[in-house]
Design a protein. Structure first.
Length: 183
């Protein structure tokens, strides 16, 4: 009886397994198999890719969204110029690091494809990639710190409210980011 039930279960499950999408199908055609074209474009453009959510979701505005909301936040012309400068500096630094990540990922992919990766080589390669990824995140997070320092408390609250975060008040203790400075 048990064998009959097992055979029946396999017979029913067989077509389900056959129709299950293969998560990595088609990825062997990518030039760098660990990075999609979109991920590479994001790295080269210096986009945030969610790397600054720790700042963003805790009341530390980022320059891209500040530019989008400049009118509603009542930014001064000087604040807007400074925000554009911050954004350009952040994108330049992040994209330069992103290009290095892509090159390191390409080298790692090639080492695996050519079957010439060793445990020590692997450790060195992944450590370099991890360090670069950490540097990119640091660039994005530091930019949120710098952006917040350019804003006053009312602008920070407006940003949070306009972005839909917790009724417009940052969710961290202590003084508002930027020390209530008015520019």
């Amino acid at each position: 009886m048990r064998r009959i039930l097992m055979a029946l279960a396999l017979l029913v499950a067989g077509p389900v397994w056959a129709n299950t999408p293969l998560p990595y199908a088609g990825m062997t055609d990518l030039p760098i198999r660990a990075l999609s074209a979109e991920q590479q474009a994001d790295l080269l453009a210096g986009r945030g890719m969610g790397l600054a959510l720790a700042a963003e979701l805790n009341g530390w505005p980022g320059p891209a969204h500040v530019v989008e909301l400049a009118g509603a936040m009542q930014l001064t012309p000087a604040q807007l110029v400074a925000t554009h400068r911050l954004m350009a500096e952040m994108q330049a630094a992040a994209s330069a690091l992103g290009a290095r990540v892509i090159e390191e990922e390409r080298a790692l992919d090639t080492a695996f494809r050519d079957r010439r990766v060793t445990p020590s080589d692997l450790s060195a390669r992944t450590a370099r990639i991890a360090a670069l990824q950490g540097e990119i995140r640091d660039v994005h997070l530091r930019t949120h710190l710098a952006q917040t320092a350019l804003l006053n408390a009312e602008q920070i609250a407006a940003y949070s409210r306009l972005r839909g975060y917790a009724g417009g008040t940052p969710q961290h203790g202590g003084p508002m980011p930027g020390g209530h400075r008015h520019h």
